[in-house]
Design a protein. Structure first.
Length: 430
């Protein structure tokens, strides 16, 4: 390891006995450092030590997908406009990226995790949770396993940063503490002390609007958030208030399930139940577009592109209708499949209908349906996957939400439902 941080050194010494001496769950979060740019530097040795930017053309309103650490020193970051990035770092080396290569390297890294534990939850192409709870699968200590994972990834020619703690929230925050190639360990029993002084935005799911609302009630740190009464938090987080408070206290209970092969997933969908029935066509369309964002984001995280769009509406009196359409090419781009979903509305919605639930799903990932992974920046890749010229923006938004929480970026249509506090989302990957 290049750098290793531990919140409590005495607790770490205790945690390195038999089984690591670790008591309770041990959840890690592995985040590949500047992944796309690092792979480009690996494949182009002459680019090592130089600023590299992966993204769209500065002259064509492109967006930065990933910047190497050399470029970040100039202030360049993911989701920044390419034009601004070029102004900040005019000497940077630019590339549109090579997604097949990134996917290949990601698979090799995930294979390392799978070799260490069968409990792996890949959340994006460059990030995965893993469970190395003592006695669940291994007799080794969690810290020892995390160090070995880091070393094995480094032998591939890229690096990762790892956070290790008792749950996903602690692991995620710890993984951000020291980059690149850092290992931050939060031993059992030290979670509250580790989290308490951090700003609330350090926890995923706390976006700008929630940050402002919390500041108005005097809550600026995770310790203050953990100690705030639910009655104060409910207007901000609705039914999730207690869950948010438990996460801030380090008391979240996390589960990492055994690895599911991507080919086992038959469909990816999202259904949303609304506090108030939707009666206007504009609201139903906005709801489907919002749901489509979630489906697109999860398709890209799983490396899936589908050919069949399914739309579902359920009326307030219980009756439901669905419609499907098969696409000419597979895609993971909501900018393409959401317009198809809106066309399908014509067959299942009529004026005066009260919509209690709306859902959108994508399927058709099997070999018979010619599965492919859509390319990051090309309209049609070599195997036939299609994407729009707005897909790179969606990818950039994905990365912002992964890093700063779901509320970090929102499209205007989300404002229609911002006060729908008791809505219920149902995600399905089956």
């Amino acid at each position: 390891m290049d750098t290793e941080h531990t919140y409590d050194i005495d607790a770490l010494r205790f945690a390195e006995g038999l089984f690591g001496g670790w008591k309770g769950p041990a959840i890690g979060l592995m985040d590949l450092d500047a992944f796309f740019a690092s792979v480009e530097q690996l494949d182009h040795p002459e680019w090592r030590g130089k600023p590299v930017i992966v993204g769209g053309d500065p002259e064509k309103r492109g967006v930065v997908s990933t910047a190497s650490y050399e470029a970040r020193r100039f202030g360049v970051h993911s989701a920044m406009s390419s034009a601004q990035a070029k102004r900040l770092c005019p000497a940077a080396i630019w590339t549109h990226g090579h997604f097949d290569r990134y996917r290949e390297m990601s698979a090799r890294v995930m294979a390392i995790l799978a070799d260490e534990t069968p409990f792996v939850d890949q959340v994006s192409i460059d990030e995965a949770f893993f469970d190395i709870t003592p006695g669940r699968y291994s007799v080794e200590g969690p810290v020892e396993i995390a160090r070995r994972i880091s070393d094995r990834v480094a032998k591939l020619g890229i690096t990762c940063s790892i956070g290790l703690g008792c749950n996903k929230t602690v692991a995620k925050i710890a993984s951000e503490r020291d980059k690149p190639r850092g290992l931050t360990v939060v031993p059992p029993g030290t979670e509250h002390g580790f989290l308490a002084p951090l700003p609330v935005r350090a926890m995923s799911g706390i976006g700008a609007s929630a940050d402002r609302a919390l500041a108005k009630i005097g809550v600026r740190t995770l310790g203050q958030l953990a100690g705030a009464p639910v009655s104060q938090l409910s207007p901000i987080f609705g039914v999730n208030a207690e869950m948010v408070r438990r996460r801030a206290a380090g008391a979240e209970v996390s589960y990492v399930h055994a690895i599911d092969a991507p080919e086992d997933v038959k469909s990816v969908s999202n259904e949303r139940t609304f506090a108030k029935d939707l009666v206007e066509l504009a609201d139903v369309k906005a709801a489907l577009a919002l749901i489509g964002e979630s489906v697109g984001r999860r398709l890209r995280a799983k490396g899936l592109a589908g050919r069949t769009v399914t739309v579902k509406l359920k009326h307030s009196y219980g009756e439901g209708h669905t419609m499907q359409r098969r696409l000419a090419h597979p895609t993971d781009d909501e900018n393409l499949f959401v317009p198809i979903a809106l066309e399908l509305l014509r067959g299942i919605w009529h004026e005066g209908m009260h919509v209690r639930l709306a859902g959108l799903g994508m399927s058709g990932f099997s070999d018979a349906d010619a599965p492919v992974q859509a390319d990051l920046f090309e309209d049609l890749d070599e195997r036939g996957a299609v994407s729009s010229n707005r897909r790179e923006l969606s990818v950039a938004v994905d990365r912002l939400r992964e890093r700063f929480g779901a509320d970090a970026v929102a499209y205007g249509r989300a404002a229609r439902f911002k006060d729908d506090i008791v809505r219920r989302d149902k995600y399905k990957d089956v």
